[in-house]
Design a protein around this ligand. Structure first.
Ligand SMILES: Nc1ncnc2c1ncn2[C@@H]1O[C@H](COP(=O)(O)OP(=O)(O)OP(=O)(O)O)[C@@H](O)[C@H]1O
Ligand SMILES: [Mg+2]
Length: 229
């Protein structure tokens, strides 16, 4: 579903920072992959390239045979709308919108009618166990609940690729485990391809494959140590 070929990403500034120094791997449809590595090793940069939020300095990011790097901003934005959903460490919910409006947002932005959007929103909220919280504001919820709202918002578009940047980073370990179990069950039920950046061994253990980055390069790529499934 996704293939990176010799991807280099440098940031030009007072001095040039090479965040990724030639990264190659592919991810098949239906995989659940963890990306780990020290701070600054290029994990978020890699995720942004996979999601079409940014383009590489050189190399290719191939999605279904076409190169995201060659797409126009408009082409990449269409790709993002139809193919990718994101979950972040800090949830990124709109504070003035109710839970149900937050979850509906990507559908409304894509121009979906209110009735159909409503159906999908209720289904997604039920899937994350928050069907009774639709009328609440984000700051009336716990951290774990907020992350579940963010997951519901990622589910409504039914995108085949879910990218998560430290989705358990702000949660205690019990709440983190609940979120991981939820992602795992979404993966199993919907067959969603999930790529998750994490610092947490537990989170990596929820995945089937681990890619280890160091200094902008792939240091290891294989099964998660200690996990048999
Ligand atoms: N917009 C930017 N401009 C300049 N340098 C950047 C930019 N974004 C990231 N970098 C640099 O690129 C490198 C990789 O950053 P990245 O955010 O991908 O790391 P990371 O592995 O996600 O780290 P962390 O675990 O701390 O989130 C770092 O050295 C960072 O300072
Ligand atoms: Mg990061």
């Amino acid at each position: 579903m996704l293939q990176l070929r010799d991807v280099v990403k440098s940031y030009e500034g007072k001095s040039t920072v090479t965040a990724l120094g030639g990264v190659s791997f592919s991810i098949a449809a239906g995989e659940m992959v963890a990306i780990m590595g020290p701070s600054g090793s290029g994990k978020s940069t890699l995720l942004n390239l996979m999601g079409g939020l940014d383009v590489p300095t050189s190399g290719q990011v191939l999605v279904a045979g076409s190169d995201l790097a060659l797409e126009s901003e408009k082409g990449r934005s269409l790709f993002r709308r139809t193919h990718v959903s994101y979950i972040f460490q800090a949830y990124h919910l709109m504070p003035t919108l109710r839970v149900r409006q937050n979850v509906a947002l990507p559908l409304r932005l894509a121009g979906m009618g209110a009735k159909e959007a409503e159906l999908r929103v209720e289904r997604a909220l039920a899937e994350v166990g928050l069907e009774k919280r639709g009328d609440h504001l984000p700051d009336e919820l716990s951290g774990g609940e907020r992350q579940r709202v963010a997951i519901a918002r990622a589910l409504v578009t039914e995108a085949p690729l879910l990218l998560a940047d430290e989705p358990t980073g702000n949660l205690d370990s019990a709440r983190g485990r609940e979120i991981l179990a939820l992602l795992r069950s979404i993966h199993a039920r919907r067959g969603t391809t999930i790529v998750m950046v994490t610092h947490d061994r537990d989170a990596a253990s929820a995945c089937d494959r681990l890619i280890l980055l160091r200094d902008g390069r792939v240091e290891e790529d294989g099964a998660v140590p200690g996990v048999t499934r």
